[in-house]
Ligand binder design. Sequence first.
Ligand SMILES: [Mn+2]
Length: 435
Amino acid sequence: MRKALEVLRNHPTASVSGASISASEAQSIYRFWSNPKVSASAILESQVSATVSRGLDCETVLAIQDTTDLNFMSHRKTEGLGYLNHTQHQGIKVHNCFAVSGEGEPLGLLHQHCWVRESPPVKKKAPSKVRNSAKPIEEKESYRWLTTLSAAEAKISEQVQLVQVADREADIFELFAQPRQANSELLIRAKANRKLTSELGRLFPTLSEAPVLGEFSIEVKRNPQRAARIAQVQLRAMRVTLEVPDGLRKFKPELGPIELNALLVKEINVPPDGGKPIVWKLLTSLPVDSFEQTCDCVRWYSYRWLIERFHYTLKSGCAIEELQLQHRDRLLKALATYSIVASRLMEMTYRARLTPDASCEVILEPHEWKLLRRKFVPKSRSKKPPSLKQAMLWMARLGGFMARKGDGNPGIKTLWRGYTKLHWLLEGVQLARPS
Ligand SMILES: [Mn+2]
């Protein structure tokens, strides 16, 4: 147990994750996950503090929030799971806050909140009063968006501009109304056609009449519904004052109308694959006085896909590992460990794509790349570290990537497998060393 703890605590960020999943340590790690004195948040601490210190070098940190379901339906023996959105599924709900720089560089996980649902979710068809609005925000699942905002603020220095980025699920009046610390901003996609104060009426029709500021192009990433493309968008922006929703007054009589900037981002052409053009209505506390400021908002919102990517990476890893853990608490600790690995892999792939020819030492420690090279180029005597691109390719080959013509780039599952295997090998080297 102590060994596992030390491995997790003492390793610098570059190898925490890998160290914690190596095969020959698996047993001590499983014991570590079973120890009631170790908490999931203690495991995450090293990753979070690495994220925070990377954030200090940034002018802007985007705190991107989103929720994912971890489905453990196949784990019939695991106790303490809860209902997911599909009521037949059992698992854990995970709300993550993933930090990204204003330039789109993944910085790592900033906060994680997990919970299980004791009862199945109320059907969408139920009257909306029964569904949700009859409760104060503190008693709703959606309170997580507010507490995560506070958690992010507590970690990021006020010297750095902190921007909460979230999809339509976070269109919550109480979130807009929550007092924020200096230099802390919101950038949220709007879902509700809210009532505006004054004679303007509703948000959406009013916004569609706002003056056009110009055109701008953004990179739209591939997802299950669409292919990647560069989208040419038209921008409109205006200042709006949102009225307090009627259902909210009885819980929060102190709330008043809220002023925010509203943006309408509309893709001009139909995408080449015939899919839906982008239409984003965004609400933000950021200034939109100039065209450049507005473009920043849109670009920052476009980085939201990185949290989707993080969740995909996390799930790929969890599926590969086929966790056989008997109880939720152990699963939560395993999840914390895997979140660190997923975060590392995101950083590696990003850097390898951005600066493929840079030294791999920005992401790998010397003992890691030296072992990789010994495996694939046993005769090399060079002291110079290989490029990032080369190191990633070797790691992918460890994970089963054939690197034939036409194989394209290695996928995340392959890299996950390769990264894990690299650490098995490192462990093997240490075992083979005479003590
Ligand atoms: Mn979402």
